[in-house]
Design a protein around this ligand. Structure first.
Ligand code: AMP
Ligand code: TRP
Length: 325
């Protein structure tokens, strides 16, 4: 099963990224899985060159620390494989302006940004190029990426209809629990790297004390009734989903086991710390050996490039581009 996914080096990783994406990446890893630090995507928002460089390496280290084994999957940096930007252009000439302006994430981000970059509009096309270059069947992502995946499918089908069968049509795979982790202080808002709320966001590398404090202060409700109900009790539902994400249980079964919010929060903290502490330790060790990480990424880029080259050539031929002779 060919698998591809990516994460932007655009801020500190949080438990939403872990449960929605990284944990799924680790489960789906195989020699047919490609995971990418999508640095070109990070250019859609304002970022200092020095910060981008640092975050790219940090994110690659965090992905390995989370359990991606470079011997068992391909880990690479998007800009190291030039075909991503090249295929993106071909797909921009297949995508419609209207369908891009209708993307929810574009509407939200362009409302917040000053001086909206054209890249923010075309970003989902670059994402489609990432996916289609690897003949990807499954894309493990959080729930917020579903609409982008739908666009990737539409572009693949449109290209295939217009120019002949070229691309595999991919599908999104989201986790059973915690596909959309919410802010602990505002449980109707997604936990997010770009709109950080200090108490509402649990970072992958938070200390056990910070995790305990944030979980203890998480907003719930005052009726004290233990029930898994997103409509009436979003704060509690979010905690139950996270718990389920970390333990693999069903959120309803967890709710049935507890009577008091305090007990639930204490055990959730314990489950989180147990899962995240070893990741932090591996991360610190990896950061001490940048040469090793660089070599992993170089091997990854070479492997990714050889697959991407074939697909790109197929697409370029289908659309009518010529080769130098
Ligand atoms: P990003 O931080 O936007 O680069 O997202 C990287 C991955 O994490 C994507 O697969 C997202 O869908 C996933 N993700 C981001 N935020 C959340 C969240 N709050 N809950 C679940 N998954 C998330
Ligand atoms: N757009 C994704 C996000 O913000 C990151 C991403 C870029 C991605 N290219 C991808 C995810 C390809 C899956 C597959 O989270």
């Amino acid at each position: 099963m060919r698998v591809f996914s990516g994460i932007q080096p655009s801020g500190d990783l949080h438990v939403g990224n872990y449960l929605g994406a990284l944990q799924q990446f680790v489960r789906a890893q195989s020699l047919d899985a490609f995971y990418c630090v999508v640095d070109l995507h990070a250019l859609t928002l304002d970022v200092e060159p020095v910060a981008l460089r640092e975050r790219t390496t940090e994110l690659a280290a965090a992905m390995v620390a989370s359990g991606l084994d470079p011997e068992r999957c391909t880990l690479f940096v998007q800009s190291h494989v030039s075909y991503h930007a090249q295929l993106s252009w071909l797909l921009e000439c297949v995508a419609g302006y209207g369908e891009l302006t209708r993307m929810t994430q574009f509407k939200e981000k362009s409302d917040r940004a000053h001086g909206v970059r054209a890249g923010l509009l075309t970003y989902p096309v670059l994402m489609a190029a990432d996916i289609l270059l690897y003949d990807t069947e499954e894309v493990p992502v959080g729930d917020d990426q579903r609409q982008h995946l739908e666009l990737a499918r539409n572009l693949a089908e449109r290209f295939n209809n217009r120019y002949g069968n070229t691309f595999t049509v991919p599908r999104a795979v989201t986790p059973a629990a915690a596909a959309r982790v919410m802010d602990l202080q505002q449980p109707t808002r997604k936990m997010s790297k770009s709109v950080a709320s200090e108490l509402g966001t649990i970072y992958l590398f938070d200390s056990p004390e910070a995790i305990a404090r944030k979980v203890a202060k998480a907003v719930t409700d005052t009726d004290g009734e233990m029930a898994f109900d997103w409509e009436r009790k979003p704060g509690l539902a979010n905690l139950l989903e996270m718990f389920a994400g970390f333990t693999g249980e069903d959120p309803r079964a967890i709710a049935a086991r507890y009577h008091r919010y305090g007990d639930l929060k204490r055990d959730l903290t314990e489950a989180m710390v147990e899962a995240l502490a070893p990741i932090g330790e591996r991360y610190r060790a990896l950061r001490e050996d940048p040469a090793q990480l660089a070599s992993v990424l170089a091997i990854g880029a070479a492997r990714a490039s050889s697959v991407a080259a074939t697909t790109y050539q197929r697409a370029a031929d289908a659309i009518g581009l010529t080769h130098p002779t």
